[in-house]
Ligand binder design. Structure first.
Ligand code: AAO
Length: 512
């Protein structure tokens, strides 16, 4: 009996850590601000065929429409209700996307904004993505409906109602995050409304949620909400599958609230990962790649089974959130490809690849004045479609990092080596390192200012392999460098410090 209860309780909580990826796939891509119609097409024409396991979508809930600054991307983090029409499209388009992505084995994860509604200064009227009326000043959101009693007004004891001190957990969870009206998730009614919203999406076929601003919600309140969630839709997922939950908690250490408080509820974003990897790849603070021999828990990161990792996210790539200047992004493509390559080759965590749009940056005293700019758009504010060029890259201002050869080939690498141990480590005590994944894959980096020339044990079966960084295997031939692995598993590598991409990766399926 005790045993049964233990299995029931433990099994349930552990299940929320499982992303339910299909066909041996291992990575998620964040298609930030993409339209649902474009994501549906991308699942069919690219993500499925190239081995991506899932997509994190922008918040699908009805949101405020901002005129100042004009249609800022972050208007989507200011819900005014749970109707499913947003800048990315209508409910019908959302539903069509979920179905079409599921049908090609690509999961959808929803960015769920459940801590708050719009900013307290959000005005009154119908300036919202579905045209629902709301009043921020009266805290009235009839489309849910929520009224002023559904917000944490009396529980916050700061003079301005704001979070001023991250050292006080009560303040962080009961007061307003940058003026956003803070929902009273301890109320049964509010929990019910939030769960109803999430359950509607689960029933439509999503595989789970990125939960926004989790640090600002009490673990007990979240446990109650998650406990109300349905199992995943059995049209695409096996019976009894719990939704995958990954929670946004920024914990770089030194604050009152720690990521650990949320491990039993689902995975948690490991923000130290991108901040440290950026520092290492940039060679700041005396960091070297050779120090990453014990990358992962050895670096003080959270337990592997709880971690959700990424090189950059939609906030810290533009100076919001946390991580600071060390974060590498597509603006530094050479370093970025190495960082993403390192992350995807390494066994730690569930990995997310970022896919962005370009914007005109305007730095004044180190701060980008244009950090608010929304996705490529037409003059009426509607989002431009993602166009695809002959070389697989994107047009219309969409960067599509996930379509860069070096990145999509490393997504494939991670699938091929899935379940294999980190093995055959080598380093030159500086910034040249190599490691394998059992006998299924091997990767080697040269981030020093001099050439690499070394013979190493790869752990791979003998043969000729195609390097999937400088090229790829196509119709049985290799468009990039070829690597000869001897019968003893040893191979010779040469990487100039001036190479366009100073790293080489081979895996079982790149064998010629
Ligand atoms: C916008 C305007 C505001 C306006 C508001 C309401 O910018 O001026 O008051 O509307 O009208 C996004 C944007 C916000 C935007 C918001 C709503 O980023 O600019 O506000 O939409 O439209 C905290 C939270 C974290 C949050 C992050 C941005 O803990 O949850 O701030 N991220 C999520 C989303 C994000 C979104 C929201 C939440 C809200 O990903 O896109 O906001 O839905 C410390 C704390 C962190 C804290 C940061 C930033 O971090 O630890 O918890 O994140 O501060 O306040 C070092 C430290 C590190 C520290 C960091 C920054 O690195 O080690 O711990 O410095 O000081």
């Amino acid at each position: 009996m005790t045993w049964l209860i233990l299995v029931a309780v433990f099994g349930l909580s552990v299940a929320q850590h499982n992303p339910h990826l299909k066909h041996g796939r291992t990575s998620i891509v964040h298609l930030f601000e993409w339209r649902w119609a474009d994501i549906a097409a991308e699942c069919e024409r690219f993500l499925g065929p190239y081995g991506y396991g899932g997509v994190q979508i922008s918040p699908p809930s009805e949101h405020i429409v901002l005129d100042n600054p004009w249609r800022a991307w972050y208007q989507r983090y200011q819900p005014i209700g749970y109707k499913l029409c947003s800048r990315s499209g209508s409910e019908a388009e959302l539903s069509d996307m979920i179905t079409r992505c599921n049908n090609v084995g690509v999961n959808i994860y929803v960015d769920a904004v459940i801590n708050h509604m719009c900013g307290s200064g959000g005005g009154e009227g119908t300036h919202s993505s579905c045209g629902s009326w709301f009043s921020a000043s009266k805290q009235d959101f009839p489309s849910v409906p929520y009224s002023s009693q559904d917000f944490n007004n009396n529980k916050c004891h700061t003079s301005n109602g704001e979070i001023n001190n991250y050292g006080d957990p009560n303040e962080v969870r009961n007061c307003r995050l940058v003026g956003l009206l803070d929902l009273a998730l301890e109320k049964d009614y509010v929990r019910g409304k939030v769960a109803e919203y999430m359950n509607k999406l689960i029933d439509m076929g999503v595989a789970g949620f990125r939960v926004d601003a989790v640090k600002h919600m009490w673990p007990g309140d979240l446990q109650n909400v998650y406990g109300r969630l349905h199992n995943l839709n059995t049209k695409w997922f096996s019976n009894g599958s719990r939704p995958f939950i990954y929670q946004e908690v920024i914990d770089l250490g030194g604050e009152a609230i720690s990521a650990r408080e949320y491990f039993h509820l689902g995975r948690v974003t490991e923000f130290k990962y991108g901040a440290k990897l950026g520092t290492v790849i940039r060679k700041w603070n005396g960091e070297k790649l050779s120090y990453t021999r014990n990358w992962g828990e050895g670096w003080g990161f959270m337990p592997n089974g709880d971690a959700f990792v990424f090189v950059d996210n939609h906030d810290n790539k533009r100076g919001h959130g946390a991580g600071g200047a060390s974060i590498v992004t597509f603006w530094d493509p050479r370093l970025y490809k190495m960082a993403v390559g390192y992350m995807l080759a390494h066994p730690y965590g569930v990995t997310r690849v970022m896919s962005s749009y370009r914007w005109d940056r305007n730095f004044v005293n180190g701060k980008d004045q244009n950090d608010w700019i929304g996705p490529p758009s037409n003059s009426d504010g509607s989002t431009k479609p993602v166009t695809i060029n002959a070389d697989l890259t994107c047009g219309n201002g969409w960067v599509c990092e996930h379509r860069w050869r070096q990145i999509y080939n490393m997504v494939k690498f991670r699938n091929v080596v899935n379940g294999q141990p980190h093995s055959n480590w080598w380093d030159n005590q500086s910034n040249q390192v190599a490691f394998g994944r059992g006998n299924r894959g091997f990767i080697i980096f040269n981030n020093d200012d001099w050439d690499l020339d070394v013979t190493l044990n790869t752990g791979m079966p003998g043969g000729t392999y195609c390097d999937v960084i400088s090229g790829l295997k196509e119709n049985g031939t290799c468009t990039g460098k070829q690597i000869q692995v001897g019968g003893d598993g040893r191979a010779h590598f040469k990487i100039s410090s001036r190479d366009e991409d100073p790293f080489v990766a081979i895996h079982a399926e790149s064998k010629l």
